[in-house]
Design a protein around this ligand. Structure first.
Ligand code: SF4
Length: 237
């Protein structure tokens, strides 16, 4: 693909987003939740774990503990056993309990609605804060996970694996009204078509707008699979 201007890149990005909206009209946050606090807990649990696994775990968890007060006073070992299947459960249980305590002591048991306040909670990084802001409070937010990182590089929108730089670059490239949806759309497309190991470029409806950066090709210009030994494990769902 010839060098494109900034305006051309923005136009191409909008075309991709419009197509993805048509392909995935129901794209939304994949973590089941009924309240901002439940989404906060589910997102902490989703680190290094699939959303499907988290969704299998949270009904049992939320039937035992409902409010931040419940979690703040929870027995740590009981909490650990309820979330064990999501992996890294000791750390996650400790963080969820600590975050719940902070919500109770600093925010009257409510989840705050700003990046600065959320980012200060135990176990809450920018990704978790953006998930909560965008999906619980409707604040336009750019969630950068493994899929968003991979696709925004392949699409030639960014050239970095640094999540903070990607977030900033995408916010600059994409209209604010599309920020939250874009994350969902890229995650859906990353799960269905633009797979980490073998992207299905031949089945991809946005291929006309994709320079396929970093996608290895063979002579027939088809994606090739790397030998299993050289594959890098994907960190998330
Ligand atoms: S054309 Fe290939 S690399 Fe580009 S978005 Fe589609 S599947 Fe991914």
């Amino acid at each position: 693909m010839a060098a494109e201007s900034r305006e051309q890149k923005k136009t191409r990005a909008l075309k991709v987003i419009n197509l993805l909206h048509k392909i995935y009209p129901d794209a939304k946050c994949s973590l089941d939740h009924k309240t901002p606090f439940q989404l906060l807990v589910a997102t902490i649990l989703s680190a290094q774990c699939t959303d499907a696994r988290v969704n299998m775990t949270t009904p049992g968890l939320f039937s035992k503990f409902q409010t931040p007060e419940d979690f703040a006073n929870a027995d740590l070992s009981q909490l650990e056993s309820l979330i064990k299947s999501t992996g890294f459960y000791k750390n996650k249980a400790k963080n969820i309990k600590a975050a719940a305590k902070e919500l109770v002591s600093k925010y009257g048991g409510k989840v705050p609605q700003t990046m600065d306040e959320l980012f200060g909670l135990a176990g809450v990084g920018r990704k978790t804060a953006n998930v909560v802001l965008g999906n619980a409070f409707g604040v336009p937010s750019m969630v950068v996970d493994t899929h968003v990182t991979r696709l925004s590089n392949r699409l030639g929108w960014v050239k970095t694996e640094d999540a903070v730089k990607i977030e900033s670059a995408l916010m600059d490239l994409i209209p604010r009204t599309e920020w939250t949806d874009l994350s969902h759309l890229l995650i859906y497309h990353g799960r269905a078509i633009c797979l980490a190991r073998s992207p299905r470029c031949d089945d991809c409806q946005i291929f006309r707008f994709c320079p396929k950066r970093g996608v290895e090709r063979n002579k027939s210009d088809r994606p090739i699979n790397k030998p299993k030994a050289s594959l890098k494990a994907e960190g998330a769902s």
